[in-house]
Ligand binder design. Structure first.
Ligand code: ZN
Length: 455
């Protein structure tokens, strides 16, 4: 039976407008005028709440199988649903086995069965030594590959140097699949860390950690990646850009048509180094959160379209691995837990920057739904309210004011730098393929998420 989702603020191609989404089976059949709902359709009336296409988070560490005590499909996808995120794309490391061959992917698929509240897909891993496995992995329908240029923290996911990058790009050339890269090279990090140690730096201080991962590590990595993307004419996607120093380089490359895309993360747009307390290792991520001035430059690049998308890089671990009692930035595991908070955090920031609701919703849908769907090869099904797309809907109350507490966090471990943060805007309901999965009253029925594969 057809359903209609109606509000005075539906995100249409012209911005927020009164409209009705007509849904048949699991897909959007059409977008209609507010008063043009057929009498035969079941009507869901949302008043003045905003209806957005479900968000797509293209950078999430679910950690299952193998490190399910860190996170898992059940908890991660529930956390996603609370934030209007209807698709997660899982990173190939932190799980055991790492997703670096077909067998490992099959293990992940088996682990996910019956546990996903939203749809998901898996990035494959390109590591030192697995170039011969990439073609078979690509043939399984995964959307692309992720690699590191520096130690990933996981010994089973060894980083690649330029030779390894060339091997991977050679396999990917012509497939259309992107190579996602953690863009920090090791040399500046090793050099900075060695001199900080020699000088007896205090590793409880955030400034020490920040100094240990200098901008140069990102800058040098990005220069290399631009060179290779241009040579191979194969898309390279820079994950979690943190350093604004690399922006001119990227702008110049994009101007020349080099196939390089850029992501930044919510934490780099919300927090600033000056505000991070010493010892507060729940803020540790790599690359690190940099200065307020750097944050401002990232916002400008995002608004100018140089940065394509915003992801979370949700990457939790058991709280004891954050070693909060010692507060040593060098010993703590890196990764920020935030899944479910991205939309209100971003809207709060934009509201504070004087952006109108209409403009903010258009941009947020572009950065957090359309662009990541495109990166993951899902543009035909996800990321916009268009006929034929999956009926994934986030119902958002932009006026709600609330403070993040552990009760609001649905990922496994309730340690997050967002605890205590005051936010504006809240996701009231989330619908995946025409079925409600979450409301403020709780989760609905049972998990119905599916893996998304390329045809
Ligand atoms: Zn990550």
């Amino acid at each position: 039976m057809a359903q209609a989702f109606r509000s005075t603020r539906v995100l249409t191609p012209e911005g927020l407008r009164p409209a009705a989404l007509l849904v048949e089976d699991e897909r959007i059949a059409s977008m209609r005028g507010w008063s043009e709902v057929p009498s035969s359709a079941i009507l869901h009336e949302f008043g003045d709440y905003v209806l957005l296409p479900g968000l797509v988070d293209s950078h999430v560490h679910i950690n299952e199988p193998g490190r399910t005590e860190w996170e898992g499909f059940w908890t991660a996808t529930r956390a996603a649903a609370t934030g209007g995120v209807t698709t997660l794309v899982d990173m190939p490391l932190n799980c055991i086995p790492e997703t670096i061959d077909v067998e490992a992917l099959e293990a992940k698929r088996a682990a996910a069965k019956g546990k996903t509240w939203v749809d998901w897909a898996a990035w494959g891993g390109a590591v030192c030594g697995n170039s011969e496995a990439l073609s078979a992995l690509a043939a399984t329908g995964i959307p692309g590959f992720k690699c590191f240029l520096i130690h990933s923290g996981i010994d089973g996911f060894p980083w690649v140097d330029e030779t390894g990058l060339r091997l991977a790009l050679d396999k990917l050339r012509g497939t259309g699949l992107p190579l996602l890269v953690h863009a920090e090279v090791a040399r500046p990090v090793e050099a900075a860390t060695a001199s900080l140690r020699a000088a007896g730096a205090d590793w409880r201080k955030y400034s020490t950690y920040l100094a240990s991962r200098p901008d140069a590590a990102e800058f040098e990595a990005i220069a290399l990646l631009i060179r290779l993307a241009e040579e191979f004419q194969t898309p390279i996607h820079i994950v979690h850009l943190a350093s604004a120093q690399a922006l001119p380089l990227l702008a110049e490359a994009r101007g020349r048509g080099v196939p390089v895309s850029v992501e930044t993360c919510v934490q780099y747009l919300h927090f600033a180094a000056e505000e991070i307390p010493d010892g507060a290792t729940e803020f540790k991520c790599a690359p690190p959160i940099r200065s307020a001035a750097n944050r401002e430059a990232l916002w400008t690049a995002l608004e100018d379209g140089l940065i394509d998308l915003v992801a979370t890089d949700h990457s939790p671990c058991p709280p004891k691995m954050k070693r909060r009692d010692e507060g040593r930035w060098d010993l703590a595991w890196g990764g920020i837990a935030s899944l479910g908070l991205a939309l209100p955090v971003m809207w709060t920031a934009m509201r504070g920057r004087g952006v109108s609701l209409n403009t903010a919703m258009e941009r947020l849908a572009a950065w957090m739904s359309t662009a990541p769907a495109k990166l993951a090869g899902l543009a035909a099904r996800k990321g916009a309210f268009v006929a034929g797309a999956d009926a994934d809907i986030a119902v958002f109350d932009p006026a709600a004011a609330w403070k993040v507490t552990a009760d609001n966090l649905h990922f496994r471990h309730k340690l997050s730098p967002y605890l205590g943060v005051e936010l504006r805007g809240r996701v009231l309901e989330t619908w995946v393929r025409g079925e409600q999965v979450f409301s403020q009253d709780g989760f609905i029925d049972q998990p119905r998420g599916r893996e998304l594969v390329r045809p």
